[in-house]
Design a protein around this ligand. Structure first.
Ligand code: ATP
Ligand code: MG
Ligand code: MG
Ligand code: MG
Length: 581
């Protein structure tokens, strides 16, 4: 049935909403697709639902095509499964936590690895049950530190998330590849420019994680690409330095430790006790980017102080030893954080290896340090001001120190290309999780030989509401939105540009004719609204084809206008339907 403007729940706005900065966001609100309820929380109106449903059905078709089965888990979840994997705590302020009437801890799901893992554990027990791939299209909740740009970063948003379950790595690789193909088809159909980037350094073997980034200068992710097709999120790049600097591990005692040794003190110690293979001296600028310095406290606790520490910052601890210890870098566990009291004071603390970004070492940082630091690549949702330092890029465990900051013009990791920097918006993320969740939650099945083996998992996400936002950002002009046909709220916007009763009668016939041919119509049948206002609304709403039925009807003509090109042509009224099918 045609959507009729006379009854449609819609009120277009002439003014941009005060809180909207990006054009697509402004237009989605002005054209009546969404309405803000609170920061990062939006209502979807009838026009918005049309678009959203189309995006969802594209995603469902492509997920069904790879044999994934749709399910729906609750968004309101108990604490325990997330406690078991450590994420109740790890998620920090981003997690919406609540209590039920019996005072039990509950939460609103930010992502569902735990729940899927447990469901499979409940129902399956044998290798014969695998492989398995499940998906849902569902609301997610994350209390984002900076909800911005409307539906691009919501605190409630819709995600398609899927999870694969396999008996071995070969199976996981297959599931991952199938998802990769499905995502390529989804994003091609949604019609925006995107790049597939490495989302980790590959240190754990191959492309264990990739992101689909919509190319957009307002994006919050920075990626690099070269002329040969290499592309990576900067968080994941391993940039080789022309001559890698090697440092021998060993203790460099700062004998004359002042009460508050400064970075200069550390640099002096480095120059005294450690030669650089390139013959240069450490300087305040490069030293701490190239070396992992471990502060050894009097009580023996070791505190990695790294890399990117602003030079004017004093180290607030007495009687320290300084160790240049790249060779000793061990993967740190999040639970180790408690062992490092300086963290609380805002110094760079130990990293985490083995959480979601398994090959990325993450450092906690005070926001005042993060500001302006060369290493800031964007705080992530853990709210705790996490920045990404990358194992492999910034340092490696075997003592080879690699280059620091990525700059446009750097050579790409294989040494054959030149890197360019660009910005993007993360639209999808595919991830070989391995056994992390299955181990934490005890998901095991019997293999062919009757032995229990831990299931290996993949997780895959698409931002559904975010996709609508990105399409709106990519497809608009000064007059309004311009939807690609496959996801437009209607195929044709029929405008009656007359107040003459007989014109309405004819328009009604044409609308029925279009409907009979399965053309979706948005019909501006408002009897008392001027043609000028109707045209403005039509341009704002952005249906790809506009059919104007007005004065020309006296000569048997109607006008077809292409919203994107602005091109108009008159056609005989009897041919209108045929031309629009
Ligand atoms: P981002 O880096 O933008 O914060 P993410 O890496 O935290 O995203 P994932 O956990 O990988 O997101 O979730 C899968 C997908 O969900 C993302 O690729 C993105 O498209 C979408 N998404 C994540 N957070 C939001 C949000 N706050 N609002 C809308 N979509 C989101
Ligand atoms: Mg996030
Ligand atoms: Mg991300
Ligand atoms: Mg992600």
């Amino acid at each position: 049935m045609a959507l009729r403007m006379s009854t449609l729940f819609l009120r277009t706005l002439r003014e941009n909403p005060a809180d909207a900065e990006l054009p697509g966001h402004q237009l989605l609100v002005r054209a009546g697709y969404v309405r803000r309820v609170a920061p990062g929380i939006y209502t979807w109106l009838p026009l918005g639902m049309k678009v959203l449903n189309k995006v969802e059905s594209i995603i469902r078709e492509e997920m069904d095509r790879i044999g994934s089965q749709e399910v729906r888990f609750p968004a309101l979840l108990p604490r325990e499964p997330y406690e078991a994997t450590g994420r109740w705590t790890e998620y920090g302020d981003s997690l919406f936590r609540l209590k039920d009437r019996k005072d039990a801890d509950m939460m609103l799901g930010p992502t569902h690895e735990e729940m899927f893992c447990l469901a499979v554990k409940d129902m399956y027990s044998s290798y014969k049950d695998l492989p398995l791939s499940l998906y849902q299209v569902q609301n997610k909740y994350r209390d984002e530190a900076r909800p911005r740009a409307g539906i691009l970063r919501g605190r409630e948003f819709i995600m398609k998330d899927s999870y694969s379950f396999d008996i071995d790595q070969a199976g996981l690789q297959k599931a991952y590849d199938a998802h990769r193909e499905a995502y390529i088809r989804i994003f091609n159909r949604l019609g925006f420019e995107y790049v597939i980037v490495h989302a980790d350094s590959g240190a754990m073997g191959g492309s264990a994680s990739e992101e689909f980034l919509a190319v957009n200068e307002n994006g919050e992710d920075t990626f690099v690409r070269d002329e040969h097709g290499y592309a990576a999120n900067v968080e994941a790049v391993v940039v080789p330095q022309a001559a890698p600097v090697e440092v021998t591990a060993g203790a460099a005692h700062v004998e004359d430790t002042p009460d508050t040794p400064t970075i200069e003190t550390l640099v002096a110690a480095l120059n005294r006790d450690h030669a650089r293979t390139d013959g240069r001296e450490w300087t305040g600028a490069d030293t701490l980017k190239n070396v992992l310095v471990v502060l050894v406290h009097p009580d023996g606790t070791r505190e990695p102080l790294a890399i990117g520490l602003p030079g004017d910052r004093e180290v607030d601890a007495k009687r320290l030893e300084v160790k240049v210890a790249p060779a000793e870098v061990e993967p740190f566990e999040e639970k180790d954080f408690a062992a490092y009291p300086m963290l609380a004071k805002g110094y760079i603390g130990p990293g985490v290896l083995g959480s979601e970004q398994s090959s990325t070492i993450r450092y906690l940082l005070d926001p005042s340090i993060a500001e302006g630091s060369a290493w800031v690549t964007g705080a992530d949702e853990h709210g705790k001001h996490v920045i990404d330092l990358v194992h492999g890029r910034d340092f490696t465990a075997d003592g080879t120190i690699q280059a620091g900051e990525i700059r446009a013009g750097d050579v790409s990791p294989d040494g054959t290309g030149t890197l360019k920097l660009a910005r993007g918006i993360e639209m999808g993320h595919i991830f070989q999780l391995g056994t992390k969740y299955a181990e934490a939650l005890g998901l095991k099945v019997l293999d062919e030989n009757g032995k229990l083996v831990t299931v290996t998992m993949g997780s895959y996400g698409v931002g559904v509401t975010r996709a609508v936002g990105v399409i709106a950002e990519d497809n608009n002009d000064q007059y309004g939105l311009i939807w690609p046909r496959e996801i437009a709220p209607a195929d044709v916007h029929v405008v009656v540009a007359s107040k003459d009763e007989s014109v309405f009668v004819r328009a009604e016939e044409i609308v029925r004719g279009l409907e009979a041919q399965d053309v979706e119509v948005l019909y501006d049948d408002r009897p008392k609204v001027s043609p000028g206002v109707k045209f403005k609304d039509a341009e704002l709403i952005g249906v790809p084809t506009i059919l104007v039925i007005g004065k020309g009807l006296a000569d048997g003509k109607v006008e077809i206008k292409d919203r994107r090109s602005g091109e108009r042509r008159e056609v005989p009224v009897d041919e209108a339907v045929a031309q629009l099918v």
